[in-house]
Ligand binder design. Structure first.
Ligand code: SF4
Length: 696
C-alpha cells in the first residue's frame, strides 16, 4: 500500500471534519489533527479517528462477487460488469426503462452523485432514481425552499453560532452525532448566549442546555406554534421586519393564535412556564437562531413542522440578518451536495428541477442529449423501494444499505429479495449487498479524490491519500464501464476532476451554482461556499463564494420570505390500547447510520456493541423489566428484541432505539413509512408500539 501524508476530510457525517492521514510505522494509516480546518479545529470524534480501520478491514471486499448456484462467488471485473449490463439491458427491453431502478446515497461525493443521476437518465433512460438522503433532511429542504426559495442546510457558517444570543436546537443530539460541533455551542454559552434544546429525551446535548423542552415525539409542530402564539401575545413580533421582508404573516398568525399555551401544554407535555421561558430567552437578545435536525424533519408532517420553526424566526425578525437565522443540520457526509446534483427523483444538477423546461434544456445541452429524451420525475426513496419486485424489476444500488436504514425494513427486505436482479457497489458486504446478484468492490474516501459539501454549504476537496488494494475500482469507473457496455461511449469520465468540470457547467446559473469553484481553488482554500458563480471558467480568484445567504433578499421571486400557514396535526400513528407507547429512533456516538462501516471497527463495536431499548423506570416497573432484560418492541410492522436500558432521561410514555443494527434488534423493522406529503420523508421519529418482556 502506497502511503503519503495528506490533509483530507472524514468519510462520515456532514461536519466533514478536517484530518491528516499519515503513514504509520506498521504500514497502516494514521489519523491526526488538522487544526487549520475551521469546522472542527483539530477535534475528531471516535468514528473519524478510527475511520482508517475500514480501509484494511479483514471483511473488506477485494473482488467482484457474482451469484451462482445461489451463492455469491468471486468473479472477474469483466464477468461482473458484463452480467450487470446484460441484466439491465434485458430488463429495459422486456419491461421498459422505468423497470430499472437506481438508488444512491448521501455519502457519495458530488462527482458520483452527479454521474449517477446522469447515468440513470442518459444511459438507462429511467425516471426511477432516488437516494437515502430522502430519509435524512428532505423535510427541511422542502420547508426551506417554500420559505426562502432556496435550501442550503445552514445559511451561515458554524463560526457564527458563538456570536449569536440564543440557539434553539430542535431534535438534534449533536453530542453524539457530531461531537466536535459542540464547541460552538459551548462558546455561545461562554459568551453569555443561551442554548435551548428540544428533544423528548434528556440527551447528552440536552444536559448542556440552559433550557430543555421535552415534548412527546411528534408534537414539536404544536410546540413551535405555541411559542409563536406567545410571541404575538407578549408583543414580541418584529412588525417592521415582517412588513419589509416577508409575505403571508396574517394567515400564519391566525393559525398560531389557535394554539393557546395551555392547549399546547396538553399536546406536548411542555409546561406553560417553560414555553414562556423559551420565548423570553429567544426574543430578548438582538440575534438568535433555530437549528433543526432529524427530530422535527422525520415526521409525516416534517415540512410543516420545520415551517412552524421558520415562522418563529420570521415573526421575530431572525432570518436573513447577521448572526440570526434558521438552519438545518444535515446528517450524512455529503447530505448537502448529494441533494444538489441530480440523484434525487425530481432533480437535475445545480438544484435544478426536472420538470422545468429551461433547466432540462440547459442540462441536456451540457450532456449533449435532446431535452425531450430526459425522463420526468420519479418516485421518492421509500416509494421506489416499495415498488421493487413490482414494476421495478432490476436495481443498481450505490452507497446505501436500505435493508437496515429504510422504514418498515422487513417489508423492504422482502421487496429487495423479490427483484429479478440486484447489483450493489460497496466496500463491505452490507446486509443489502448480501442479497445482490452482483457485488462490486469499490474505493473508499481515502482511496479516491472527490468533493463533498458540508452542512454549511462549504464545498470541500477530499483528497486521495492512499492507493486502493488491488481488485478494487471506483464508482466512477463502474459507471464508465457500464455506460460503455450499454452503448454510451462518451460522457462518463473516470477522473473526478473532469467530472467536476462538467458539474460546474451543469450547475452554472442554477440555485446551487458551483461554476466558480475549481479543484485548484479548493486545494488552496478551506472550502468555498455555494453559490459561487463566475464568468471565467479558469479563474483562480473569482467569486468569493457566499458564506452568508439572504442578508439582502431571500431567493424567492419577490425577494421576501414566505410564512407557512401551518396547524398542528397528530402523527400518522398515535398510541392506543394495543400499542400504548411511542417509539422514537436515533443514533449513538460510536456508530454511524446503518453501521455498514462502523460495525466493522473493533473499537467502535466495543463502545456500542448492539441495539438496546431505552425506557423510563416507571415503564420498566410496569413491565417488570430490569436493566439488561430482553424486551420485545412490537409495532404494526413487526417485532424487534433488544436489552432494556433503564434511564430517567426519557419520557415514561416513550421508548428509544438506535437504528444502526440488523437482525432481531433492527429498529427499522418497527418504524412507520407514513410519508410527508411534500418531502416524501418517512415518519421515523414517532410510531405506536407495545413493549413486552421476553423469557430468556
Ligand atoms: Fe467524522 Fe462527523 Fe466525527 Fe467529524 S463529527 S470526525 S465528520 S463522524
Amino acid at each position: 500500500m502506497q502511503i503519503s501524508a495528506t490533509p483530507t476530510h472524514c468519510p462520515y457525517c456532514a461536519l466533514q471534519c478536517g484530518m491528516n492521514l499519515t503513514p504509520a510505522p506498521d504500514g497502516t494509516v494514521e489519523v491526526s489533527e488538522r487544526a487549520d480546518f475551521p469546522v472542527n479545529r483539530g477535534a475528531l470524534c471516535g468514528k473519524g479517528r478510527t475511520a482508517p480501520a475500514v480501509l484494511s478491514s479483514r471483511v473488506r471486499l477485494t473482488s467482484p462477487l457474482v451469484r451462482s448456484g445461489g451463492e455469491l462467488t468471486p468473479a472477474t471485473w469483466e464477468e461482473a460488469l458484463n452480467r450487470i449490463a446484460e441484466e439491465l439491458r434485458r430488463t429495459r427491453t422486456e419491461h421498459g426503462p422505468d423497470a430499472v431502478g437506481v438508488f444512491g446515497g448521501g455519502g457519495l461525493t458530488n462527482e458520483k452523485a452527479y454521474t449517477l443521476g446522469k447515468f440513470a437518465r442518459v444511459v438507462l433512460g429511467t425516471s426511477q432514481i432516488d437516494y437515502n438522503g430522502r430519509f435524512c433532511m428532505s423535510s427541511a429542504a422542502a420547508a426551506g425552499i417554500k420559505a426562502f426559495g432556496l435550501d442550503r442546510g445552514l445559511p451561515f457558517p458554524l463560526e457564527d453560532i458563538p456570536k449569536t444570543g440564543c440557539v434553539i436546537l430542535v431534535g438534534s443530539n449533536l453530542a453524539e452525532t457530531m461531537p466536535p460541533s459542540l464547541r460552538f455551542f459551548n462558546e455561545l454559552k461562554e459568551n453569555g448566549g443561551t442554548l435551548i434544546v428540544v428533544d423528548p429525551r434528556r440527551t447528552k446535548t440536552a444536559e448542556q442546555a440552559d433550557l430543555h423542552l421535552a415534548p412527546r415525539p411528534g408534537t414539536d409542530l404544536a410546540l413551535a406554534l405555541g411559542l409563536l402564539h406567545l410571541v404575538v401575545a407578549e408583543g414580541r413580533v418584529d412588525e417592521a421586519y415582517i412588513e419589509e421582508r416577508t409575505t403571508g404573516w396574517e394567515e400564519a398568525r391566525a393559525a398560531a393564535m389557535a394554539h393557546w399555551p395551555e392547549y399546547v401544554e396538553r399536546i406536548t407535555g411542555v409546561s406553560v412556564p417553560q414555553l414562556r421561558e423559551a420565548v423570553r430567552l429567544f426574543c430578548e437578545p438582538e440575534a438568535a437562531m433555530v437549528l433543526t435536525a432529524r427530530g422535527p424533519e422525520q415526521q409525516s408532517k416534517g415540512t410543516d413542522t420545520v415551517g412552524a420553526w421558520i415562522n418563529l424566526c420570521l415573526a421575530t425578525g431572525r432570518a436573513g440578518r447577521p448572526l440570526s437565522g434558521y438552519g438545518c443540520l444535515t446528517g450524512q457526509g455529503n447530505g448537502q451536495g448529494g441533494r444538489e446534483h441530480g440523484q434525487k427523483a425530481d432533480q437535475l444538477p445545480g438544484y435544478r428541477k426536472l420538470d422545468d423546461p429551461a433547466a432540462r434544456r440547459h442540462v441536456a445541452e451540457v450532456w449533449g442529449v435532446d431535452p425531450d429524451s430526459l425522463p420526468g420525475p420519479g418516485r421518492s426513496a421509500y416509494e421506489l423501494l416499495d415498488a421493487l419486485g413490482g414494476d421495478i424489476k432490476s436495481l443498481l444500488l450505490m452507497g446505501s444499505n436500505p435493508v437496515v436504514s429504510a422504514p418498515r425494513a422487513a417489508h423492504i427486505e422482502e421487496r429487495v429479495k423479490s427483484l429479478d436482479f440486484l447489483a450493489v457497489c460497496d466496500v463491505v458486504l452490507s446486509e443489502t449487498a448480501a442479497l445482490a446478484d452482483v457485488v462490486l468492490p469499490v474505493t473508499q474516501w481515502a482511496e479516491e479524490t472527490g468533493t463533498t459539501t458540508n452542512l454549511e454549504g462549504r464545498v470541500l476537496l477530499r483528497r486521495r491519500a492512499i492507493t486502493a488494494p488491488e481488485g478494487i475500482r471506483s464508482d466512477l469507473d463502474v459507471m464508465h464501464e457500464l455506460a460503455d457496455r450499454l452503448g454510451v461511449e462518451k460522457g462518463f469520465p473516470t477522473d473526478p476532476e473532469e467530472v467536476f468540470e462538467e458539474l460546474r457547467r451543469a450547475s452554472a446559473g442554477g440555485p446551487a451554482d458551483y461554476s466558480g469553484i475549481t479543484y485548484r481553488r479548493l486545494a488552496q482554500e478551506n472550502g468555498v461556499f455555494w453559490p459561487c458563480p463566475t464568468a471565467d471558467a479558469d479563474a483562480d480568484v473569482g467569486h468569493p463564494g457566499t458564506p452568508r445567504l439572504f442578508l439582502d433578499r431571500f431567493a424567492t421571486p419577490d425577494g421576501r420570505a414566505r410564512f407557512a400557514p401551518v396547524s398542528h396535526r397528530a402523527s400518522a400513528e398515535e398510541p392506543d390500547d394495543e400499542y400504548p407507547v411511542l417509539l422514537t429512533t436515533g443514533r449513538v456516538v460510536a456508530q454511524y447510520q446503518s453501521g455498514a462501516q462502523t460495525r466493522r471497527v473493533d473499537e467502535l463495536n466495543a463502545a456500542a456493541p448492539g441495539p438496546f431499548v431505552e425506557l423510563h423506570p416507571r415503564l420498566a416497573a410496569r413491565l417488570g423489566a430490569a436493566e439488561g432484560d430482553p424486551l420485545a418492541v412490537v409495532s404494526r410492522r413487526g417485532r424487534a428484541v433488544a436489552p432494556a436500558r433503564i434511564t430517567t432521561s426519557i419520557r415514561p410514555d416513550t421508548v428509544f432505539m438506535p437504528f444502526h443494527w440488523a437482525g432481531e434488534g433492527r429498529a427499522n423493522t418497527l418504524t412507520n413509512p407514513a410519508l410527508d406529503p411534500t418531502s416524501r420523508m418517512p415518519e421515523f421519529k414517532a410510531c405506536a408500539v407495545r413493549v413486552e418482556t421476553v423469557q430468556s
